[in-house]
Design a protein around this ligand. Structure first.
Ligand code: GLN
Length: 285
């Protein structure tokens, strides 16, 4: 028999990972709140918890991401199921949700109609993180979410059901804007495409080794998804519509040029919490 304190003191896991994993186990097995990591840290734990802990510890030491071990990841103000078929949502991607919400609020203020519904398109939805965070936080938003991976769509669909958002979500299987009807128009088109260059050493490091390669890299120069999205979105942006993309730390300048070449205006750079230019937004005139 061992206590929380003994397990945490004797593990070689990173301290935060260890507390997150053990905090989850005591919640699930013992219905203890996370605060019990402190308040009950000398109580003896049942064998079943110790066994589950050693299994989690082994998996994490082998490099498996915490989110895949737990099977979920918090994003913005929702929890999402995640599994090896989808990218683990990153905190910096919450920036896209914030910008999209601000834009939708601005449109409804201009139109002086707080009840008007807005249409949103999320390209390469993965777990559904952006699409679902927007549907959850914008009560009158109707969201179309596209992905080329059937595995990802299954997870995103299941997340929309768990969050009770299925009636305002529509899923489409296919490449970028291809599965859309020619006449579909959106107030926001948002995407966090695979933007890492082929051969980038990060793809062989840390958590990224366990994530789907196709969600991380375009297997080219990291720009190919943007070229398609920028070009095809022009036919699908509603008047005042906003195109919004996340990008890599060094892609801002080149992507701005690509947007200008496609005729976009009001191109704006957005910075993440680390002060890195992380997203671009643009409109048509
Ligand atoms: N932001 C991710 C990372 O740097 C990459 C995801 C992506 O390509 N969209 O790990």
């Amino acid at each position: 028999m061992k206590s929380i304190k003994e397990l945490l003191n004797s593990t070689s896991l990173n301290k935060i990972d260890a507390r997150v994993l053990l905090g989850h186990l005591i919640e699930v097995h013992l219905c203890w709140p996370k605060s019990a990591l402190i308040s009950k840290d000398t109580d003896e734990l049942p064998d079943q918890v110790i066994k589950a802990w050693h299994e989690y510890e082994r998996r994490r030491l082998e490099g498996e991401p915490v989110a895949y071990i737990l099977g979920f990841k918090s994003f913005y103000n929702i929890d999402l199921q995640v599994a090896p078929g989808v990218l683990i949502p990153r905190p910096e991607t919450e920036l896209l949700v914030e910008i999209a919400i601000a834009h939708i609020q601005q449109i409804s203020n201009i139109e002086n109609n707080l009840n008007s519904s807005s249409k949103i398109l999320d390209l390469g939805t993965g777990s559904g993180a952006i699409a679902l965070a927007l549907a959850h936080n914008v009560p009158n938003a109707y969201v179309t979410a596209v992905d080329i991976s059937p595995d990802a769509l299954k997870i995103a669909q299941s997340n929309s059901q768990l969050l009770g958002l299925s009636d305002r979500l529509e899923f489409r299987h296919g490449s970028w804007l291809e599965p859309l009807q020619a006449s579909s128009q959106f107030d926001v088109i948002v995407s966090n495409p695979p933007y890492i260059k082929s051969g980038d050493p990060h793809l062989r490091e840390g958590d990224l080794r366990f994530e789907p390669t196709n969600a991380l890299t375009d297997h080219e120069d990291g720009l190919s998804p943007y070229k398609i999205i920028f070009n095809q979105s022009k036919a699908h942006l509603a008047p005042r519509g906003l195109l919004l993309v996340e990008h890599g730390y060094d892609q801002s300048q080149i992507l701005k040029q690509l947007l200008e070449l496609e005729g976009y205006e009001d191109i704006q750079t957005h910075f993440d919490l680390a002060g890195i230019s992380r997203a671009l937004s643009a409109k048509l005139s």
